[in-house]
Design a protein around this ligand. Structure first.
Ligand code: AP5
Length: 225
């Protein structure tokens, strides 16, 4: 059975950090809608031009645009054997569209990564990202490196990591994304993982949650059976 994963949680919960680790371990692609949008902004494409100001205000890009992007991305060959959606769905309308996109494919495993707001504000004020390769820094207890330890390029603060924008992103999360819990929680493949613990502990807890959820899905009778 393909591991078709949705990882959702508030800004700074560690979705990107953990999705990259799951990608390595399970050999399924991370699909980060935030990264797709940031690449488009950097490349100056039509999508980037539409998304830039919205992202800088901490608001959400339109459902129609995001659903189109994800529909196209999930149709690619590398997503046929499983994927990790990081940052999508973010509204109930996106979740409804995702179910429709995945008709006929293996059921979703949905993981909510929970972290209290105050910890998120602190994490995002510390976060720095590499200008060239996009690597993220800030989870370690030590000092921030002077440059990217992977490629040597400069580290910068994301423009939406200013405290006023972070607070708006959190407000939008609670208003528009948290209703996904009610949308998904009755499914046997829904799990909540505590994200307010060291990254290795989160990774271990996610591994257990994903395996349990996949097992629960396998125990389900087939549709109409
Ligand atoms: P997106 O890039 O998805 O931003 P986000 O959801 O706000 O998530 P972040 O990337 O800020 O955080 P994360 O959870 O990935 O945490 P990370 O691992 O980096 O979206 C950006 C914008 O694009 C949105 O605001 C919206 O405008 C638009 N957008 C995207 N998708 C959309 C959609 N579907 N619909 C509409 N609009 C959309 O970790 C954060 C920091 O904490 C790092 O410094 C990290 O090193 C550190 N850290 C990680 N884990 C731990 C830990 N366990 N303990 C301590 N520190 C940790």
């Amino acid at each position: 059975m393909a591991a078709n994963l949705v990882l959702f949680g508030p800004p700074g919960a560690g979705k990107g950090t953990q999705a990259k680790r799951i990608e390595q371990v399970r050999r399924i692609p991370q699909i980060s809608t935030g990264d797709i949008l940031r690449e488009a902004v950097q490349a100056g494409t039509e999508l980037g031009l539409q998304a830039k100001a919205v992202m800088e205000r901490g608001e959400l890009v339109s459902d129609a645009l995001m659903v189109g992007i994800v529909r196209e991305r999930l149709a690619r060959d590398d997503a046929a054997g499983g994927f990790i959606l990081d940052g999508f769905p973010r509204t109930v309308a996106q979740a409804v569209a995702l179910d429709e996109i995945l008709t006929g494919r293996d059921p979703l495993v949905i993981i909510e990564l929970g972290v209290p707001d105050q910890e998120l504000v602190e994490r995002l004020s510390r976060r720095r990202v590499c200008l060239r390769c996009g690597a993220t820094f800030g989870a370690g207890a030590g000092d921030m490196p002077a440059a990217c330890t992977r490629c040597g390029a400069a580290l910068v603060q994301r423009s939406d990591d200013r405290e006023d924008v972070v607070r708006e992103r959190l407000r939008v999360y609670h208003e528009q994304t948290q209703p996904l819990v009610a949308f998904y929680e009755d499914r046997p493949s829904f799990r909540r993982v505590e994200g307010n613990q060291p990254p290795d502990a989160v990774h271990a807890a996610l591994g257990v949650a994903i395996d349990e959820a996949l097992a629960a899905v396998r125990r389900q009778p087939p549709p109409g059976g």
